[in-house]
Design a binder for this molecule. Structure first.
Ligand code: MN
Length: 300
């Protein structure tokens, strides 16, 4: 099943080029925006009792082209992210360490952005890069698990881990508002295929920058889920993003990013704007791990 959030808090099942409204399954008649937990997080939390109904419900249908998709889940309690989890990305960053020594880091859930959103670059004097990644959404509580990690996964989606380069902590460099585009929707494991054998491709302005398969992850999806539960108890709706392959490069005003993940049946497309950018508040420029110099320059 493909599950999306749309039109400011509604949830639906994506079928072909239509979306079937499932919001009433979880709202109990309340307006979606009045709820303290998002409809998608509620649906995931109560999937055991609602899953069958979600599959069959025949609510009102709209063409996908007529709705505005949001991040599939707007309010995960946390987003855990793998820092260096492909050998080719480790090489391009010229760093010694990878996920097995670094562990995971946190991105702010307030940085989430929906498909067709605009990534807003906050600073005019810093470099920002795209990182295309496979992400997963947790389906049930998981605390210090030792077996069957994939059984805790509710579904899979695409995620762009937008990143400022420099010496600041990762949680700062990757948590600016709009720095976590996610989507276009969540695909449940029965439809997604093998998450350990998934193609991830990312293009900017039609030029392919990243192309990888998750079989090349240093820590694969199952290992990441198992490990994450030993950092912090995972709750339904929590997001884990698996890390990015080689090909990170600079984002500039007006860019269009397209992330394609096999098994999703749709792409995550966002644009980039530097409108309102100011000079950096911190002094981390030219520090920290540096990716290859970009041939692209800021035009202003
Ligand atoms: Mn990343």
């Amino acid at each position: 099943m493909r599950l999306a959030s749309y039109n400011g808090g509604r949830i639906g099942r994506v079928e072909g080029d239509e979306i079937v409204d499932l919001t009433s399954l979880v709202t109990g008649g309340e307006k979606p925006h009045r709820l303290t937990v998002s409809p998608m997080r509620t649906l995931i939390t109560h999937w055991g009792e609602l899953g069958q109904r979600a599959a069959r419900a025949d609510g009102s249908r709209l063409p996908l082209s007529d709705v505005v998709l949001g991040a599939p889940i707007s309010d995960p309690t946390k987003i855990l992210a793998a820092p260096v989890n492909y050998a080719d990305h480790q090489a391009e960053m010229s760093v010694e360490s990878h996920v097995s020594s670094l562990g995971l880091f946190l991105k702010s859930p307030s940085s989430l952005l929906g498909p067709s959103g605009v990534v807003r670059l906050p600073y005019s004097d810093r470099r920002f890069d795209q990182e295309g990644e496979l992400a997963l959404v947790i389906g049930r509580p998981a605390d210090r698990i030792t077996s069957d990690p994939l059984s805790y996964v509710f579904g899979y989606t695409g995620l762009l881990d937008i990143t400022m380069r420099g010496g600041e902590d990762r949680s700062t460099r990757k948590s600016f508002a709009t720095f976590t585009p996610m989507g276009p929707w969540i695909v449940t494991p029965d439809e997604f295929g093998d998450p350990e054998q998934t193609d991830v491709r990312c293009s900017v302005n039609g030029e392919l920058r990243q192309s990888a398969n998750t079989r090349d992850l240093i820590w694969g999806v199952a290992e990441l889920v198992r490990y994450a539960t030993w950092i912090s108890p995972l709750l339904p709706g929590d997001v884990i993003t698996t890390g990015t392959p080689a090909g990170v490069d600079q984002l500039l005003d007006g860019d269009r990013i397209v992330l394609s993940v096999t098994g999703l049946g749709g792409e995550l497309v966002v644009s980039v704007s530097s409108e309102g950018a100011v000079t950096s508040h911190t002094t981390g420029k030219n520090r920290g791990p540096l990716p290859p110099p970009s041939t692209r320059t800021v035009s202003r």
